[in-house]
Ligand binder design. Structure first.
Ligand code: ADP
Length: 228
């Protein structure tokens, strides 16, 4: 469960990106985060995995109080919150296998557990046959699949996707969407910031529209709601 109460975020440059935001997201939900550029979507999302800390208010993720959480405890939170980005952020000198295994090595899993799980998640994303390839040998869609595999390898309760289809052609984007749905169906909360109106309008889920640093609309099975 994720809960934000009366959250404000003012950056050092004086911009208030989040301006009195309240929201609650239950375990297992699929939530789209939509809104115009500069509305505060990324800041909102970054506060869930403690990339940003609010200036005021409370953020709770499961049993973690993210305002009180000490920096050295952040890795414990990150085991429960996987993140994928628009630009994938794979490590270019590591193979597909190594990119995913790395996420488990840093949390201290043993080599046998790692091998089993890495092959399992790469199978889930349909890339078991490309384990030895490097990121630059893969298409954008394949790179995003590796990034998703890496994000779910430690079985997080929450998967955050910040514009995951932003760099992909429509057909590839649908493949990524199917994968996020599959992960959600297995019980993981999925929070996806997106400008992809086709996806939001066709695969209906809860929509949180962020405008001026607040939730301007919170709608079950909502539409995209903006010109695209
Ligand atoms: P969105 O994801 O909806 O485009 P952001 O959360 O990225 O919105 O940005 C909200 C506002 O905060 C914008 O005015 C942006 O310029 C500002 N902002 C975002 N990140 C930073 C930062 N690290 N430092 C200063 N200002 C920022």
């Amino acid at each position: 469960m994720i809960e934000m109460t009366n959250v404000y975020k003012k950056y050092p440059n004086g911009i208030t990106a989040i301006n009195g935001l309240d929201v609650r997201i239950d375990q297992g939900e699929f939530v789209y985060v939509v809104g115009p550029s500069g509305a505060g979507k990324s800041t909102f999302i970054k506060m869930i995995y403690r990339e940003e800390v609010p200036t005021k208010g409370n953020v709770k993720v499961g049993e973690f109080d993210l305002v009180k959480l000490k920096a050295k405890k952040v890795p414990f939170l990150r085991r429960h919150v996987g993140v994928v980005y628009q630009d994938f952020k794979l490590l270019p000198r590591l193979t597909v296998y190594e990119n995913v295994a790395y996420a488990m090595q840093v949390v201290g899993k043993n080599p046998k557990q790692i091998q089993k799980r890495v092959l399992e998640v790469l199978d889930l994303v349909g890339l078991k046959h490309k384990v030895r390839m490097f990121p630059n040998e893969l298409s954008g869609g394949e790179q995003q699949r590796v990034a998703i595999a890496r994000a779910i390898t430690n079985m997080p309760r929450v998967l955050i996707a910040d514009e995951p289809t932003g760099n992909l052609d429509p057909e590839t984007a649908w493949g990524i969407m199917d994968l996020l749905e599959e992960i959600n169906n297995r019980g993981t909360t999925v929070i996806m910031a997106t400008h992809n109106s086709d996806i939001v309008n066709r695969v209906r889920h809860r929509v949180l529209a962020v405008e001026n640093g607040r939730i301007a609309r919170d709608q079950e099975e909502g539409g995209y709601g903006y010109e695209s």
